[in-house]
Write a protein that binds this ligand. Structure first.
Ligand code: AMP
Length: 590
C-alpha cells in the first residue's frame, strides 16, 4: 500500500454511467458532477462551440446529434489494440477512460477540497487480464494510485451489507441497504448485473465473515443499450432501418434518445408512446410492456448461458442460491426481474439503488484498504475469472502432440494465490524451454489468450523427463508472476505478466486463418463427430477443475481414433464421449 495519505475513493467506471464515492465517518458519500448529478454518462465529445472536450451529460447530448464528434461505450473496447475517433482525432480506450476518471477525480476534489490521488476501481468480473490492466493504466494515467481493482459483483455484495458488518445502510445520498440482507453465517448469493453494456453473473459465498467469489460468467457485449436498440428497431419495424441509418442519422439519433425514455417509462407503466421525428413522419408508435418484452425475448435468452455457467463453476443448482442481488440500471426492467425469478425460483433482494450499488461497495472497499475502523471486520477475497496456465505437449496413442493447455491456477480459484505444478522436459540434453503462458478455458492453447513467454535457457544437459517446477502467483490486481526452476538448479527464471491484449495480426492472424481452414477441410469431418467435439470442448470450459481430467481422457481417446480407419472404434469412442458429456453436463437446462 502507498504511504500517501490522501483519501481513497471508490469508482464505478461503467459502460454507460460512472460514479465516484467515498466512505466517511461511517457513511458512503457520493460526489456529484458540476450538474449536481451522482451518475455521469460515460461519454466524451468535442464541443464545437467552446472548441474543447466535454465529458458526461453535455457529451451525451452531442453524441445524440453529432455522433462523429463523440465517443461512448469505450469500456467494451478496453484491453484491445484499437482506437475510437472524436472528430478527426483518434483515442485509445485507455485514454478515453482516463479522461472520464480525471473528470470524476475533479468532482471529488471539488467536494473534499484536497488532492485525491488514490482509488479503488471496479471492473466486470468477466474482464480478462488485459482488460483489468487497461483499466488500471487508465486510472494511473488520470493520476491515481490504484489500491485495488475490484470485481463489480464483489463490490455489490459489500454494498448490500452481506458480510453483516455492514456500514452499508448509511449513505449520504439517501440510499439504503439495510434490513433485507441476511446476516447469517453461511449464505450463497448470486449477483445478477445487467449494466448498460455488460452482463455479469457471479456466485458468492459468505462463510464465517469471509466473502468469497465462487463462480463468475458473463457476456461483455450485452446490456441495457441492446434493449434500447431493440426498441428502436421495433418502432421502425415497417421501415428500412439501414437506409435510415445511412441517410437520416440525426433522426435515428432522436429515435434512440426517445426509445431510452420509453424503455424507462415501461419499467414503471404498462404502456408508453414513442413519437417519431418529423423526418420520419411524426408518427406515434404505441408500445406496450408486453410488446417490448416480446421484442427483447432473445436478449433475455442470451442471459441463460452465463447464469448456468456461473452456477456450474460454483458447483451449485438454482435452488442452492439463498439470495439474488440485482446490480445495474437495466435490472429495473420488470421483464428482467421476472426472468430472474423464473430461472431461480425466487424474487431478488430489495437493496440499494442498482445504479449506485457498485460505487457504494467500492467506497467501502476503499475504506478497507485505508484500514478504516468501521469496516475492519470484513475480509474480502476474490477469484481468478479465467484459468491461467502453460502450453504443454501430450502423448496420445504413442505420438507427441503440441499445443495443449495445462492450467496451473484454475478459474474460480480464490485469490490471492500461489500454485506450483511440476512438468518434465521432452528431449534428452534439452538446453532451453520456451514456457508459453496462456489465459482461458479451452483445451488447446490456440483458442486461449496468450500472455507471453518465459524463456528458460542454459539448462544443464539431462535426460528427457527431468522435472522442472512452475510457480504461478496471482494477486488481487490481476498481476501474474511466473517462476520456473529446474530441480537441483539454483537459477530461477521469473517474469511478470500484465500486458495489454492485442488484436490478431501478422503470424497470429495467419495461424488463426489456417486453423479455420483446417477445420473446414477436416478429413474426419462428419458433422456429428465435429459437433461432439465442439460440445465436449465447450463443456470442458465450464467444468470444475476436478472433473476436467476425465473428460480430457474421453476427448483424447475419441480424437486419436479419428485418424484411424477403424470405424467401429471411432463409433464406440464417439458414443462414450457423448455419454460422458450427458453425465457431466446434464441434458436438461440446468
Ligand atoms: P448502469 O451502467 O449500471 O448504470 O446501467 C445503465 C443501463 O440501465 C442503461 O442501459 C439504462 O438505460 C438502464 N436503465 C436505467 N434505468 C432504467 C429503468 N428505469 N428502466 C430500464 N432501464 C434502465
Amino acid at each position: 500500500m502507498s504511504t500517501d495519505r490522501s483519501p481513497i475513493v471508490g469508482i464505478d467506471l461503467g459502460t454507460t454511467y460512472c460514479a465516484i464515492a467515498h466512505y466517511d465517518g461511517g457513511k458512503v458519500r457520493f460526489f456529484t458532477n458540476p450538474l449536481g448529478q451522482e451518475l455521469t454518462p460515460s461519454v466524451i465529445a468535442w464541443d464545437r462551440r467552446s472548441q474543447g472536450m466535454v465529458v458526461g451529460r453535455q457529451a451525451r447530448d452531442i453524441l445524440a446529434t453529432r455522433p462523429e464528434d463523440a465517443a461512448a461505450l469505450f469500456k467494451r473496447e478496453m484491453g484491445r489494440d484499437t482506437t475510437l475517433t472524436i472528430g478527426d482525432r483518434s483515442f485509445t480506450p485507455v485514454e478515453l477512460s482516463a479522461w472520464m476518471l480525471d473528470a470524476l477525480r475533479a468532482d471529488a476534489e471539488r467536494a473534499l477540497k484536497c488532492a485525491v490521488t488514490r482509488c479503488v476501481v471496479t471492473v466486470p468480473a468477466y474482464f480478462n487480464e488485459a482488460q483489468r490492466f487497461a483499466t488500471k493504466r487508465a486510472a494511473e494515467t488520470a493520476g491515481f494510485t490504484v489500491e485495488r481493482v475490484l470485481n463489480e459483483p464483489t463490490a455489490a455484495a459489500i454494498a448490500y451489507g452481506l458480510h453483516g458488518a455492514a456500514p452499508a445502510g448509511d449513505t449520504a445520498s439517501g440510499d439504503t441497504a439495510s434490513g433485507t440482507a441476511p446476516t447469517d453465517d453461511e449464505k450463497r448469493f448470486l449477483v445478477f448485473d445487467l449494466g448498460g453494456g455488460t452482463f455479469d453473473v457471479c456466485v458468492m459465498e459468505l462463510f464465517e465473515g469471509m466473502l468469497e467469489v465462487r463462480g463468475v460468467a458473463g457476456e461483455s457485449r450485452l446490456g441495457g443499450e441492446d434493449f434500447t436498440e431493440a426498441l428502436v428497431k421495433f418502432a421502425l419495424e415497417d421501415r428500412d432501418f439501414d437506409q435510415i441509418a445511412r441517410e437520416q442519422p440525426d433522426d435515428l439519433a432522436l429515435v434512440r434518445k426517445r426509445a431510452e425514455v420509453v424503455k424507462r417509462t415501461l419499467s414503471r407503466w404498462p404502456r408508453a408512446e414513442l413519437l417519431l421525428p418529423e423526418g420520419l413522419g411524426s408518427d406515434v408508435v404505441p408500445v406496450s410492456r408486453e410488446a417490448f418484452e416480446r421484442a427483447t425475448a432473445s436478449l433475455r435468452e442470451r442471459m441463460v448461458g452465463p447464469c448456468r455457467a456461473a452456477l456450474r463453476s460454483a458447483g451449485l443448482k438454482p435452488d442452492d442460491i439463498d439470495e439474488i442481488l440485482l446490480v445495474g440500471g437495466a435490472t429495473r426492467m420488470p421483464g428482467v426481474r421476472a426472468f430472474v425469478q423464473d430461472v431461480f425460483g425466487k424474487a431478488p433482494l430489495e437493496g440499494p439503488d442498482p445504479d449506485r450499488v457498485v460505487a457504494h461497495g467500492a467506497a467501502i472497499q476503499a475504506a478497507l484498504c485505508d484500514d478504516d475502523a468501521g469496516v475492519r471486520d470484513l475480509v474480502v477475497t476474490d477469484v481468478a475469472s479465467h484459468s491461467l496456465g502453460v502450453e504443454v505437449t501430450r502423448e496420445i496413442a504413442g505420438k507427441r502432440h503440441v499445443g495443449f493447455f495445462s492450467p496451473i491456477i484454475h478459474r474460480n480459484t480464490v485469490i490471492p494465490t500461489s500454485k506450483v505444478e511440476v512438468y518434465q522436459t521432452v528431449h534428452d540434453g534439452q538446453r532451453a524451454i520456451d514456457l508459453e503462458v496462456y489465459e482461458g478455458e479451452a483445451r488447446r492453447v490456440q483458442d486461449n489468450h496468450r500472455l507471453g513467454v518465459v524463456e528458460i535457457t542454459d539448462l544443464p544437459r539431462r535426460a528427457a523427463g527431468s522435472d522442472f517446477s512452475v510457480r504461478f502467483t496471482y494477486d488481487l490486481n490481476g498481476i501474474l508472476e511466473v517462476e520456473a526452476r529446474l530441480s537441483g538448479v539454483d537459477r530461477v527464471f521469473r517474469q511478470i505478466f500484465h500486458r495489454e491484449g492485442k488484436i490478431l495480426q501478422g503470424d497470429e492472424l495467419i495461424r488463426a486463418q489456417d486453423r479455420i481452414r483446417g477445420l473446414k477441410a477436416d478429413p474426419k469431418g462428419r458433422p456429428r463427430y465435429r459437433d461432439a467435439l465442439t460440445r465436449a470442448d465447450l463443456l470442458w470450459r465450464e467444468l470444475p477443475a476436478a472433473q476436467r481430467p476425465i473428460l480430457d481422457l474421453a476427448i483424447d481417446a475419441f480424437e486419436s481414433s479419428l485418424g484411424d480407419s477403424d470405424t467401429a472404434q471411432m463409433e464406440s469412442r464417439y458414443e462414450a464421449l457423448n455419454q460422458l458429456c450427458d453425465q457431466l453436463g446434464g441434458k436438461d437446462r440446468w
